[in-house]
Design a protein around this ligand. Sequence first.
Ligand SMILES: Cc1ncc(COP(=O)(O)O)c(C=O)c1O
Length: 404
Amino acid sequence: MLEATLTRDGIDARVSELKARREALVEANRYFYLQPTVGPVNHRATMADGRDMVMLASYSYLGLIGHPRIDAAAIAAVEQYGTGAGGVRLLTGTNDLHERLEARIAEFCKREDACVYSSGYVTNLAIITGLTGPGDLILMDKLDHASIVDGALLSGAKWRTYRHNDMEHLEKLLASAQGEYNTILVAADSVFSMDGDVMDLPTTKALCVKYGARLMVDEAHSIGSLGETGHGIEEHFDMVGSIDLKMGTLSKSIPSVGGYLAGDAALIDYQRHMSRPFIFSAALPPASTAAALEAFNVIDDEPWRVKDLHRIQEFYTDGLKAQGWDTMDSTTCVVPVLVGDEGKTMDLTRMLFDRGVFVCPIVHPAVPRGSDRLRTCLMSTHTEEDISQVLDAFADAGRELGLI
Ligand SMILES: Cc1ncc(COP(=O)(O)O)c(C=O)c1O
């Protein structure tokens, strides 16, 4: 089996299968990937062909891309440090910007310390492979991000998934694992990136305490967006300090690149010495580090951004529901619009594009068959005019396709 997939013929077969699928989508005017924008992406974006569109697919929930203070911090870092870190964090790559960013993240997350990695994806690999291995068990929500799944696969630990946000199922798995493993790690997304719903932190935490498991939460979509001041899921549930391994990205509300783990000082020190991406992959470059650092300051200095985001997400979601769309269980700025059919999802995307709205279709295998959808994302900078344009486009296209 392994040999067969490694032959050149196997590679050729895969490459030509993808090529045929892509060409068929292009031919049907249903190919929406890799579309270049020019200039900073905010609530509106300019496409490479010059078209101005409402951006309804960006993870930049607080609209901080192009923020003058953040841009200035990045430019000053290049002037002072140049463009590269020159090595891996453990050896020659650490500079004082990294240390300042880590201290600022620890403060923001209300933890003793934090360490940063070169992407959010790599951070999840680093945490899970650094802290678990053979003899351990990882329990993951079925809808956890691919980077958690990949970390579990790489770690050598045993792993199982529980049904999405199903606390009875999680308890069953925890109960049956008692006495069988050295460590049990429960890992969940805070806001699920395809469904826009929120993990049940109170029950998950209670179960972890009851069964002696460690809790890791991925805050990729909750930093900046959840909680009254955007400090994330612990603020949302008023449970500060409840997560053992608090992971987040620097690529969504924080307009940079990278990821972090915040936690107890000894644990973070361990990760700095033992997690492979800290040892074998280059450190964050100065511009990205300085931009991320300033972005945490901006979130705290401009609290109106989080309030605007919450207001606009309610305005938008209520508008969609009033038209008859199913937004699933979303209560956040990530709002799925359920279509349930791959072809119609693609057609809806095209019709919205033609009406000046940039959206992303999410179809099988990214989601189960029959739950094909658009995944739409709000930004605090969206105006009511932007959202009215979007809602008008949804109403027109939805009626034409017989979806509402
Ligand atoms: C829940 C979640 N975790 C981790 C990641 C990876 O983060 P990054 O894109 O910063 O590598 C993503 C990216 O979309 C995500 O949605």
